[in-house]
Design a protein around this ligand. Structure first.
Ligand code: ZN
Length: 271
């Protein structure tokens, strides 16, 4: 650990300001803001400001892409609830793994933890972009486990060309930003890019695979649509038709960031 009182002050002040802005623009709700504050603080203090800027770029771009064409996504019945303001479960499932690697870096030091951090952030970012941009695809998405099967937009496990392009662009952007920030690790630039691209792509592919298999999927008889929770937006109870009830969307996001971090670590260790 190597932070000074000044850094502590800057971190606290910046986080208060950013939490206020995120609440003001409804990127997150109050529970989401508190969770993001804690995760952001850990990353800032233990990973440093460069790590924090990577996390922040994910937070802001995810917020913007969620708001983008929100009413259209809403008309599909697939938009994030509550105007796209994400709550604590969403923030935690996307940010917990990254904050853990930042904590390890602060305590133990050494570059290896950056690979895990980058992998987790790249996966979270790619996956969010895949979902939000994928919804804008004019055709029907296809099920990742059987590409002949078409599914409705927003159904877990569905993949589309837009979603795949979003994955590449998001993971590439995170990698380029990490290189641009400089001194973020001692890795050569192409290794940073490789970790970011491979983690983002494989992590979000794993997310879709879980979405098509083990993730809980429910059917609302009232609205004749699939949904992701046992209580549909209309207020009716929905019936579990696929997957396990304990594996919801948040669990899938969390597991995907673990996979993304592991891929980052593997690349860092073998190359
Ligand atoms: Zn319903």
């Amino acid at each position: 650990m190597h932070f000074t009182l000044t850094e502590l002050f800057i971190a606290t002040f910046s986080l208060f300001f950013l939490s206020y802005l995120s609440l003001r623009f409804r990127l997150i709700n109050m529970s989401g803001a508190l969770t993001a504050f804690i995760i952001g603080f850990i990353v800032f203090i233990f990973g440093g400001w460069r790590w924090f800027l990577l996390l922040l770029s994910f937070h802001l771009s995810a917020g913007i892409v969620t708001k983008y064409k929100y009413s259209f996504k809403s008309s599909l019945g697939a938009a994030e609830a509550k105007g796209g303001a994400r709550a604590w479960k969403n923030v935690l499932s996307n940010g917990f793994v990254a904050s853990l690697f930042a904590l390890c870096e602060g305590i133990r030091g050494g570059d290896i933890f950056f690979a895990g951090f980058l992998g987790a952030i790249s996966t979270a970012c790619s996956d969010t972009f895949a979902t939000e941009i994928g919804l804008l695809y004019p055709g029907k998405p296809r099920l990742i486990t059987n590409l002949k099967v078409k599914v409705e937009p927003g159904v877990s496990g569905g993949v589309s060309p837009y979603g795949e392009i979003a994955v590449i662009l998001a993971s590439l952007s995170i990698g380029v930003l990490a290189i641009f920030l400089g001194d973020v690790s001692s890795y050569i630039w192409w290794k940073v890019l490789l970790i970011s691209l491979a983690s983002g792509f494989l992590g979000s592919t794993f997310d879709s695979l879980m979405g098509a298999t083990v993730q809980a999927q429910y059917w609302c008889e009232n609205c004749k649509v699939f949904c992701e929770s046992s209580k549909h937006k209309c207020g009716c109870e929905a019936k579990l038709v696929r997957g396990l009830s304990i594996i919801n969307n948040h669990a899938v996001n969390f597991i995907s960031t673990v996979i993304g971090a592991l891929i980052g670590l593997i690349i860092a260790l073998i190359i």
